[in-house]
Design a protein around this ligand. Structure first.
Ligand SMILES: [Zn+2]
Length: 146
């Protein structure tokens, strides 16, 4: 994925921490499959607030290849608008559609649902790669590739 594609992506995301942006701009920190995964979602018109990428995430390398520590994953939450903090409500139609679209991405490896997102309606929307995640309210998007 080109540097231009990474720059285009970060210009459309909302970040809680500057390291999230620099990690996504750095091909040594994040995988091209993750950039493609997120670009596909922002190109569908989603506003996404990133809650963790790599530098600001605990070392999860025990979970295997497709983890934050190896640059394959972000934690995030979809927004109703481009306004930071304008969070979609879990288990509503727009929120479930976000999960359906993430699950249908060719770059999806797994989707984790944490906190209030860990409910049966959202789990169905997230499909066969869904897992109940630990921690605060978030959606974990793990990308494919090797
Ligand atoms: Zn995660």
């Amino acid at each position: 994925m080109s540097a231009q594609a990474r720059a285009a992506l970060v210009s459309k995301l909302i970040f809680q921490d500057e390291t999230q942006k620099s990690d996504l701009l750095d091909e040594s920190k994040t995988q091209t499959s993750l950039i493609a995964y997120l670009l596909g979602l922002v190109d569908k018109g989603y506003h996404i607030e990133i809650t963790a990428v790599r530098t600001d995430h605990d070392d999860d390398s025990a979970l295997g290849l497709h983890c934050h520590a190896n640059g394959y994953a972000v934690d995030c939450w979809p927004l109703n608008s481009a306004t930071p903090g304008d969070y979609m409500t879990q288990d509503t139609h727009p929120f479930r559609q976000f999960l359906v679209d993430a699950a249908s991405s060719p770059w999806n490896f797994q989707i984790g649902l944490g906190g209030c997102a860990d409910n049966s309606g959202d789990a169905i929307a997230a499909g066969s790669t869904e897992f109940p995640d630990n921690g605060a309210d978030h959606i974990h998007l793990g990308s494919s590739g090797s």
